[in-house]
Design a protein. Structure first.
Length: 59
């Protein structure tokens, strides 16, 4: 009986969830993609700079 009650309670909770609109999801996805691209470029630049410094010191 506990399993059945669990599924009933879960269904009730899902009915109360405030789901985001399509526009909110698209805006959130866009923000995440911009952040990921920016962070990737920053890490690439730092890797390039530190790699050049290490090559200059060792070479």
């Amino acid at each position: 009986m506990n399993l059945i009650q669990y599924f009933r309670d879960s269904r009730e909770e899902l009915a109360r969830v405030s789901w985001p609109t399509r526009q909110q999801v698209l805006e959130g996805t866009q923000a995440v993609l911009i952040f990921v691209v920016a962070l990737t470029l920053i890490i690439f630049a730092l890797d390039f700079v530190f790699g050049a410094l290490i090559r200059a010191v060792l070479g």
